[in-house]
Structure formats: C-alpha cells, structure tokens
Ligand binder design. Structure first.
Ligand SMILES: [Mg+2]
Length: 367
C-alpha cells in the first residue's frame, strides 16, 4: 500500500461563548484535519494541534510530498523519514504538529486495513470505559457565572472538572476558585489550569491561597521552558502539578521527569509527535512513576486518537472532554460520543472510528 495524496482541511468555528484563559480570550477555534489517501482506496484521518493554518501550510508545502509513496502501514519508517528532515530542523513546534497529524492518520489506515480498532494495534484493550473529566469553565469577570457553569457540568454526570483562572492575581482569582469549590461541593475533583500565566513567585502564592479548596492538580502554572522553576515549585507546594501540553517528544518529557517537575504528564497526541510517540512518552512516564493524562482539547479526531491510546495504556488517567458546546466532536465520530456517568466508552469500529462528512466541511471548512 502507498500514500497517494494528503488533503488538509482547515475547520473554523465561531464559539457560542468566548473562552477566556490567562493568556486572553478567544472567539474562534480552528482545526487542521488531514485525510491521507492510499492506492488501496483506504483513507485515514489525523489532526495537528496548534496553529492550524500554519500546520496546513507545512503539510501542503513539504510533508505531503515526503509522505507520498510511503507505506502507511510502516509507521516507524514514516516517522524516520520526517525526523531525518524537516523535523530535525524544527525540533519543537508546528512541524512536529503537522507530522503528528499524518502519523495519526496512518494508524487509522492501518486499523481499517487490518479490520481492527486502533487500540488493538497499541497493546490491545486494557479498558473499554475511560474515566473522563470536563474541561470547560473559563475565566469570567462574573464569578457567579463560573460557579453556575461548574454546576451545569456537574449535572452532566462528571465528577471531575477543570477550570481556567490566572487572568488576575492569585489573591483576586482566589474568590473564583472558592466560589466554584463551594458550588460543586467537596466530592468533585477540581483541577485548576493557569495556562502558564504566573511566575514562580505568583504560583507559590496561588498554591498557598487556594490550598483550602482541595485542588486535584494545578495545571501548567509556569512557562513550559521553566523546568527548574517548576521543580522548585513542586518541592514547596502540596498541590500536584500537571504539565506537558506544550512539550514535544519523549525526550522533552524525560527532561520533565528527570527534574522531578510534574506529578501528571499531559502530552497532546496531535502535538507531541503522534500516537506512537505518545505511547513512548507513556513508557518513559511509567519508568518515572508518573501517570499520564493526555491533553485533549480539539476536534473529534484527536478525541478518538486519545481514547484509543488510553484504552490500551494502563498508566493513563482521566480523558479530557470539552463540554462547552464549542467542540466539533459528534459530527466526526462515527457512532457518536458515548459518554455515560462521566466515562467515555470506546467502540470497536476499525481504525479510529472517525469520518468527515460533507456536511461538516460545508459548515466549518475554510476555503
Ligand atoms: Mg491546559
């Protein structure tokens, strides 16, 4: 089998409500989805996570021609081709995201060709139902709005929820964390994502001020490159630290583990290097004794890839689900998103079990 061509679809979706994090607000989400075609008539879908228009340009201008002629069943060979060049010249960033998308699509093709779901290719089924958490509550001026939104998510059946604060000082945002904890009660797992909005000093203060509210993890408190500072922070606070959504390759995560900088690793399959690289990251994490909760905040293609990996990988925990109504999930997953009692049930459709219907392209695609 040979790859014959690669299509990249740029999907754009105006948000039903703006999402505000420590780095500012955004009103539109974009997705770079790839469809890899083969001479066997089988196609596969993948997604690159990051700057979607740039990912499309990288694939269209270079990676596509590198991939054409290769056998998508030989994923390691394809990876080596990309690593030799151009990834060699761009060790972190959009080129890796673009390569991740094509690699993901090859697993989809391989699953379809062998008539097995992707989790069968990644170690086999370890669990069919994956505990999930809602990734939804965004920073708002109106604190009551945030608390009400957390309650809405609780009513969906989730027992774990992630909120984004850090737009204001730890002192001011304390009221937000407090209000949400009081709204959802003591049983709900509560994660707080700072999106690297604080420096070490501020993050220390935040951990101290917010510690009465039983935070399950503090996510990305510092800039991704500040590994030493992250390790220092971890040494002096009681709240577990989660990070890694802006880290790349197993080597990047090895650095985090070697410095004892994280309690939970968060690789993004569409960003860190693809499905196999994320499986490798899970192995490195296993050796370091660190659980993995993959970052998953994009379309149904990334959701499917993440779910298949987690279904086959014991040291992963808590599937991230966007419950805001802004996600392009159901439209892409063939049998719909099966979420029950806060758990995601994986289906056994061959490959990743995703598709891009014409109706989705008509609704979201940027010409
Ligand atoms: Mg995050």
């Amino acid at each position: 089998m040979q790859i014959t061509r690669i299509e990249v679809f740029l999907l754009k979706r105006p948000l039903t409500s703006p999402m505000h994090i420590s780095r500012g607000g955004f009103k539109v989400r974009q997705h770079a989805l790839v469809k890899v075609h083969t001479d066997a008539g089988i196609t596969g879908l993948g997604e690159g996570v990051g700057n979607a228009p740039l990912i499309k340009t990288i694939i269209d201008s270079q990676l596509s021609s590198e991939a054409v002629g290769l056998n998508p069943m030989n994923v390691e060979q394809l990876r080596e081709r990309f690593f030799h060049a151009p990834v060699y010249f761009e060790r972190k960033g959009s080129v890796v995201c673009a390569a991740s998308a094509i690699e993901m699509a090859c697993w989809d093709i391989k699953g379809k060709a062998l008539d097995v779901p992707c989790y069968d290719l990644l170690g086999g089924l370890y669990r069919k139902r994956i505990p999930a958490y809602a990734s939804d509550v965004y920073w708002e001026e109106n604190i009551q709005y945030m608390a009400d939104n957390a309650c809405r998510i609780q009513d969906l059946g989730f027992n774990a929820i992630k909120v984004h604060v850090g737009w204001e000082s730890p002192e001011k945002d304390r009221a937000r964390v407090k209000a949400i904890r009081e709204a959802v009660g003591p049983e709900m797992r509560l994660m707080v994502d700072i999106n690297a909005g604080y420096n070490l000093h501020e993050a220390r203060r935040a951990a101290k001020l917010w510690s009465p509210f039983d935070i399950f993890w503090l996510e990305e408190p510092l800039m991704p490159a500040h590994v030493d500072a992250l390790a220092d922070l971890r040494q002096c606070i009681d709240i577990p630290i989660a990070a890694g959504e802006n880290e790349f390759f197993a080597e990047g995560f090895h650095e985090l583990f070697r410095n004892r900088a994280v309690d939970v690793a968060m690789p993004d399959i569409g960003r860190a290097g693809g499905i196999l690289e994320t499986k490798n990251i899970c192995a490195v994490a296993q050796a370091a004794g660190v659980p993995v909760s993959p970052h998953n905040f994009s379309s149904g293609v990334l959701l499917a890839a993440t779910a298949h990996l987690m279904a086959a990988t014991p040291n992963t925990m808590l599937l991230e689900m966007d419950t805001s109504g802004n996600a392009v999930y159901d439209d892409l997953i063939m049998e719909g998103v099966c979420l029950k009692d806060g758990e995601f049930e994986i289906n056994d459709t061959p490959g990743l079990g995703v598709d891009i219907p014409e109706s989705v392209l008509e609704t979201y695609a940027v010409a």
